[in-house]
Ligand binder design. Sequence first.
Ligand SMILES: NC(=O)C1=CN([C@@H]2O[C@H](COP(=O)(O)OP(=O)(O)OC[C@H]3O[C@@H](n4cnc5c(N)ncnc54)[C@H](O)[C@@H]3O)[C@@H](O)[C@H]2O)C=CC1
Ligand SMILES: O=C(O)[C@@H]1CCC=N1
Length: 270
Amino acid sequence: MAQQLIGFIGAGNMATSLAGGMIAKGIRPARIWMSDPSRDRLDEVSQQHRVHVATDNLEVAQRVDALVLSVKPQMMASVCADLRSVVAERRPLVISIAAGVTVANLRDWLGEEVPIVRCMPNTPALVQAGATGLYAAEGVDDSQKALAAQVLGAVGLTFWFDNEQSLDAVTAVSGSGPAYFFLLMEALIDAAKAQGLDAATARQLVLQTAWGAAQLAITSEAGPDVLRQRVTSPGGTTAAALEVFEEAGFREHVQAAVAAARERSEELAG
Ligand SMILES: NC(=O)C1=CN([C@@H]2O[C@H](COP(=O)(O)OP(=O)(O)OC[C@H]3O[C@@H](n4cnc5c(N)ncnc54)[C@H](O)[C@@H]3O)[C@@H](O)[C@H]2O)C=CC1
Ligand SMILES: O=C(O)[C@@H]1CCC=N1
């Protein structure tokens, strides 16, 4: 496994986050290939990460032991159609990170016999703080599962699921989730500025608070509900703020937002 080659089809945000995290974790850049139609993108990636690059997806597919499909879900059918003959001949492990694209979709496009791991990482992979849900389709052996876990586990925590539907929920929670926290950070920075703090200080206060709250929640035995209560003095400032959140239906909005993300993930399966 130590020398197996990993190829990314599509050198976008996620692929480079994953590759960057893998390299930071000690995986040699020479084990990583990336293809993308954009020469500029590849130049940027090879300069930054020193991985092998190619504009031709087939050149990558012909060389690697595991292919990480990291193009947009809408591109996946046509990309797979081009890869189909090489994949049928070489049978690399296929790891898809595309939101909503199912194992059945991938089998239609690539062939029934292809070993497939469907997974859902997130962008904190770039700083090795990712969270990834994985699902291994029938026919994936233990060494292939270990390889998928090595790729995704290099950039954060991995969680295996026995049923594929769970990945739509994972997509809505942790795949899209960083954006929810970033939205809260943006809104809090704006609120801090509205209260007269300068932009740089507002940003630092908010990011340190987000980081501190996450660290506290991760390291504490108490759950987020208890930690929230500990911040909230009766009749105090936090209580005043939380009342506004609750009255505005904050929790209901979060439920509805996550349900919308899940629905969209299911729709992307086509
Ligand atoms: N952005 C995120 O937070 C997450 C994204 N994903 C999934 O990862 C996948 C990639 O998303 P991003 O990296 O955000 O998108 P992106 O747009 O940054 O990257 C896609 C890349 O694919 C390339 N591409 C386009 N056509 C191609 C082709 N025919 N062959 C090879 N490459 C081609 C594009 O030039 C681009 O560099 C998507 O399927 C998305 O659902 C999964 C988890 C989180
Ligand atoms: O927004 C999306 O569709 C992708 C999948 C999860 C995060 N980004």
